[in-house]
Design a protein around this ligand. Sequence first.
Ligand SMILES: [Zn+2]
Length: 122
Amino acid sequence: MENLQIFWRGLSRKCPQCGQGKIFESWIQVQDVCAICRLPLASREGDTWAFMYISTAFITGLFVLAMLWILPNNLWMGRILIAATALGFFFLTWPFRKGAAIAFDYFVELRMEKKVGLKFRE
Ligand SMILES: [Zn+2]
């Protein structure tokens, strides 16, 4: 239950630790630390590339399937429409995917501290 809460907080663009502070200071700019609990956030961005890459590849796959399924009457209009929709979708879902990735990084950190005894913070 607590694990789901961590992911839900990330998807909602809230701090995965306290659920109160915001992860982002603008649409895509990650805060350095949570304003409420001081959890480091920006330093986690380097650990989110795999999640972002996989989620982007997944969405691209959905768009490829849509292109194979839907045959537009005008090919050029279909191409423009699919490109604009895809770019808009990537941009609009970015902070939610990034928030989930940061929450996942926090989740892994908690698990490592619990199981292996590694300490990532003082
Ligand atoms: Zn917080």
